[in-house]
Structures are given as structure tokens and as C-alpha cells.
Design a protein around this ligand. Structure first.
Ligand code: SAM
Length: 260
């Protein structure tokens, strides 16, 4: 999959993607990510990318022409991109389902705003706007990195074991089950909690059917406690539907209620 990320702070993106899963996927050629410095597409001596807003008011606005030149250069190099995404707090909320949808596209341009945002006319060349949440960041670089990382996890060959993506929180509409690693028992003096912290016996039992059922129950129990609204859209198999009925009945009786 091919990404072009347009920014005035290329180092922010380059430094963040070098280590980790995305960086390794780029080295292997599974992902092709190019970071485009908007200033390289200015034609004045001072490489100006922003200007004052018409009508007055605080802050600066990213000018349209450098952005259009960048998009034209990307089109000349790779073919006209079908998807140009503007990072914007006013966009569609980014979710795991959105990440999966975007991962099916061959080529995506991520456009990072700064200051008060981009000149409104840039939207003529934008195909969608994505927000990573209802808060305002100083620039689109962090949102672009969030989108790149979440989308890349769905691209075959990026994550070593694709099963882990299938089991991730939200992928099937459920939060992920709890994970433990060695040692099986940790003794840690703590005035407010237990000094001996144990891994649940079932995970040490070697009984794979029991472990699978325990994990389903934990994922459902967590989702019910923390994000019950997800359950109406979750894809549950028959066993999970039975477990959910048990959990709901237990909760109604006040039995086995987990605060987490
Ligand atoms: N004045 C703009 C508004 O209220 O819609 C906010 C501009 S913000 C300070 C600068 C840039 O950061 C935006 O153009 C956008 O690219 C990016 N940005 C900020 N918050 C974002 C969010 N929640 N999701 C995606 N991009 C965001």
C-alpha cells in the first residue's frame, strides 16, 4: 500500500515511523510511504506556506497553491491519487472499521493542516476529511501518524501474525481479553493491593479449549463493563452469545460483577 504524507514538519513523521512495525514494513517494501515537505513546493525565496486569514482574526492559514503543487507532483509521479484525506477535527471520526476500510485502498494521500487550518479552496482536491477525536491538536501530523499506524496493521504482511489484528480490541466489536506473561506469580509489596499477583490458573492449564472459552468470557465481560454500546454491533458466535447471556444474568443478580 502506498501513502504520501504532506506536511510542513517532515521530520516529525519520519522520526516517528522509523522504528517499529511501520518502519520495518517500509524496509521490506510492504508499505511505500513518502513524506512530502510542503515547503519544497513553494516558489518564493522564503518558502512561505501560510498567510493571514481574509477577514482578520488570529493565526495563519496554509496557502492553497503549495498544496495543489504537491498534489500535482504526487499525481505526476504515481498517478492521480483517488483518495486525498485532509486531517481535520471537523472530519468523520476515525475508528477501527474506518482503518480497515482505508487499508483496502491502494494509494492514500494524508494532508496535514497547521495553524488555523488550510485555505477552504483546498477542499476542492480533498476526497475525505478524517478526525481522530473531538479535540483540537496543533497540527495534522499526529493524526496522520495515528491513521498510518492503524491502517498499516490491516495491510497483509505488516503485522507478523495477522491473528493478533483479528483479536485486537474493536476488530470484532469487542474489547480484547487480558494478557499475561511470565512469571506466573509476582510478589510485590504494595500497601493498597495484593502482594502476590498471580496469572489465572486456566492460562497455565494447557487446556486450549478452556483457555479459548476463558478469553471469550473475559473479552465479553470487559466489553459489557466498559463499552456496553459496542455489543449491539458485535459479531458473536453461538458460544459467545451464550456467555453473554450468562454474564447479563449474573450482572442482574449482582453475581460475578466485574468493575473493570
Ligand atoms: N481551526 C481549526 C478548527 O477548529 O477546525 C483547527 C485547526 S488545528 C489547530 C490545525 C490542524 O491540526 C488542522 O488543520 C488539522 O489538520 C489538524 N487537527 C487538529 N485536531 C485534529 C483532529 N482532532 N483530527 C484530525 N486533525 C486534527
Amino acid at each position: 500500500m502506498t501513502f504520501d504524507i504532506v506536511t510542513i514538519f517532515p521530520a516529525m513523521i519520519e522520526q516517528a515511523i522509523a522504528p517499529g512495525i511501520v518502519g520495518r514494513a517500509i524496509e521490506r517494501g510492504t508499505l511505500d510511504v513518502k513524506v512530502r515537505d510542503l515547503r519544497d513546493f513553494t516558489i518564493d525565496r522564503h518558502r512561505v506556506v501560510d498567510d493571514m486569514p481574509y477577514g482578520g482574526g488570529p493565526g495563519m492559514v496554509l496557502k492553497p497553491e503549495p498544496i495543489f503543487r504537491t498534489l500535482d507532483a504526487i499525481a505526476a509521479e504515481r498517478g492521480r491519487p483517488l483518495t486525498v484525506v485532509l486531517m481535520s477535527p471537523q472530519g468523520t471520526r476515525f475508528t477501527q472499521a474506518e482503518a480497515q476500510r482505508v487499508s483496502r485502498l491502494a494509494h492514500v494521500v494524508l494532508l496535514c493542516g497547521r495553524y488555523e487550518g488550510v485555505d477552504e479552496r483546498v477542499r476542492a482536491r480533498v476526497t475525505e476529511e478524517i478526525s481522530i477525536g473531538d479535540y483540537v491538536l496543533s497540527g495534522g501530523e499526529l493524526p496522520a501518524l495515528v491513521i498510518l499506524d492503524a491502517v498499516a496493521r490491516f495491510v497483509p504482511g505488516v503485522v507478523g501474525d495477522q491473528q493478533s489484528v483479528v483479536e485486537d480490541s474493536f476488530s470484532r466489536g469487542l474489547l480484547d481479553f487480558p494478557q499475561y506473561t511470565r512469571p506466573a506469580e509476582v510478589t510485590w509489596p504494595d500497601p493498597v493491593g495484593p502482594a502476590v499477583l498471580k496469572v489465572p490458573d486456566v492460562l497455565l492449564s494447557g487446556n486450549h479449549a478452556e483457555i479459548r472459552r476463558w478469553r471469550k468470557r473475559e473479552a465479553l465481560s470487559r466489553t459489557l463493563a466498559r463499552r456496553p454500546e459496542l455489543l449491539s454491533e458485535a459479531e458473536l458466535d453461538e458460544e459467545e452469545q451464550d456467555i453473554l447471556r450468562e454474564l447479563v444474568a449474573e450482572r442482574a443478580k449482582g453475581v460475578g460483577y466485574e468493575r473493570d
